[in-house]
Structure formats: C-alpha cells, structure tokens
Design a binder for this molecule. Structure first.
Ligand code: SF4
Length: 127
C-alpha cells in the first residue's frame, strides 16, 4: 500500500481505515466488517490489494481479524506537521525525476500549507 486512502474512501462498511498517528500513517483492515465487495481492489492505483478465495473467518480472538500497516511519515521542515508517507514522498520524487521535472528540495520538504506560503512569496502575493 502507498497509503493514498482510496480503498478506505470507497469501502462501504468502513472495514478499512486510514489515520495519522504521530509520525505514522496507520492503515487498518478489519475483516469482521468486510463484505468482500472488492471495491478496494478496484480503486487501488497501485494494485496493492488482491482478493482471494479465503473467506473462513472463524476465530475466538477478534484481534485475529485485524491487519495493520504502519507507514513512517515525512515531517514538514517549517512546522511539526507530518504531511505524507515516506514511501509516497519518495515515489513522487522518483516519478518527477523520471519525467525530467526538477522541483526545488526546499519546496518538496514542506507541508502543503508551507508550500503555499512559499509559492505566494515567490509570485509576490502577500497573505
Ligand atoms: S472488499 Fe472488504 S475491505 Fe474491500 S471495499 Fe469491500 S468491504 Fe471494504
């Protein structure tokens, strides 16, 4: 998972949740709610989700039905906000490089709010 959250956004019973907890983005899947509709797999841009034929969910421990992924996040250089997962951040940089697009590192290391402030300054706008 790259953590865009598309799967969580389309999951009808909210079996998938994506929440930021400190320096981690936590993606949780609770099989106890899953209705096996497959929408999460349909919308995943990275094809990170694959449905299988396994449907037996019997257990005496609800914890067995939860899967969790913790992704380290990148912190803004200007403020204490964690604004993207490290994996996604690095992939975006790789894609930009492959496309021959050069973006200043100072810009990339800021959260969206501070990128806006920097852009406003560069084009001469005042807040
Ligand atoms: S298959 Fe399960 S986890 Fe995926 S969208 Fe449907 S209910 Fe949610």
């Amino acid at each position: 998972m790259k953590s865009c959250g598309a799967c969580a956004a389309v999951c009808p019973p909210n079996a998938i949740t994506v929440v930021d907890e400190g320096e981690y983005r936590v993606i949780r899947l609770f099989y106890g709610r899953c209705i096996f509709c497959g929408r999460c797999a349909d919308v995943c841009p990275k094809e990170a989700i694959t449905l299988t034929n396994e449907f037996e969910l019997s257990t005496e421990n609800l914890g067995d039905l939860t899967q969790e992924l913790r992704l380290k996040m990148v912190k803004c250089k200007e403020c204490p906000i964690f604004f993207d997962t490290k994996r996604h951040y690095e992939e975006v940089q790789k894609l930009l490089k492959e496309a021959g697009i050069v973006i200043d590192k100072e810009f990339m290391n800021k959260c969206p709010m501070h990128r806006l402030v920097l852009t406003s300054r560069l084009i001469g706008l005042k807040r």
